[in-house]
Write a protein that binds this ligand. Sequence first.
Ligand SMILES: [Zn+2]
Length: 414
Amino acid sequence: MRVGTLFGLLFVVGFAIPAHAGDCPGHPDAIGTSRALVVDPTEHVRLGTMQYRETLPLEDHEVVLTFDDGPLPPYTKRILEVLAAQCVKANYFLIGRMAQAYPEVVREIHAAGHTIGTHSQTHPYTFPRMTLAKAQQEVDQGIASVAAALGDPAEIAPFFRIPGLSRSEVIESYLASRSIMTWSADFPADDWRHISASEVIHRAITRLEAKGKGILLLHDIQPATVVALPGLLRELKRRGFRIVQVVPASATAPKTPTTPEQWVMNGARDAKGDTTSDTKSTAPPVDITTVDSVPPVLPPPRPKEIGVAEPLGPQFILTPPATRAPARPKRGQIALPPIAPSPHDLGPPTAVIDGGLPAPGASKIGHQLDIAPALAPAMPAGAASNASRGDVTGSTKPKTRRVTTANMPKSKIR
Ligand SMILES: [Zn+2]
């Protein structure tokens, strides 16, 4: 089915609107979901102050949780449990290949009422250099893979996040021509950088407080995010933040009335490109002692519990993070902040799941991390031929170098 037809259907079928705020039976302390924001992707085609002038028309202290790169059990499933316990509805950006590997988890995300957008088929970092045909193929295949998992393409929101936030005019124009909304974010939590769960919470809260509201970029494939999420939701509630789910407009769900000014965060300040306002915040610093002292709703999972045979094994073959300058902003766009230009400098350790499908190798989802042979899981059927060529994205695999914990830079192993 052509994408145009696909998204024509979206506006007919419509999306379910979540229950009203505070409805979380049996969980009186849950943060819940305060409202659904219904948006028309044809009116506002690019979102997120990390890269664009416009962002979601949120009220002060409203936050949208976004999860990229999944699904990947057991992490994605654990995240779903935490969100369910808190009656939180989130926005997901799924990878086509991951959806092919774990279609049942895609259906779980959908059944839980979260919004499902897409994040390409193979998570390549080469969108800025891609031809239109190749970019189109990545987008369309990603949508088709997730649609196949769901069994109904109309259940996919016309929301797309470019892998690595590596925008280009080609991909942005293509998405706009298909009435697909390009999502950047307002701030990341750096949860792919192998930082501690406390640090994930600290960075998320500090950056959110600095802006007062916005789209938070998270990854449901990261162990640290799994551990951090209960504490993050508790801290958000303690500070008076409210969770908003974003859904596309449809025949049954008209767009939420907004003014153009509401789509520009903090008016002139952000329009000038002030996207690194962490240090300018007048909000009190996050008290990590407080964060850590709050008993978790769910205890932090033991490594084996979340399917990690060995979270950080003795030997990895790592590709050093690519250091690349952010793309020069075009008129009306804002330069990437110095923090976290790409969420994939280092991928997660590959997980081996007891009794289930092996997790895909990190390189399969675009991560430049291979586990040493002793830790490497068996490849799923069909993956071997790609893996043997060292090419799962259509691009040449970067050279790797062997790094051990002895000679690995400290910043890479914490
Ligand atoms: Zn990603």
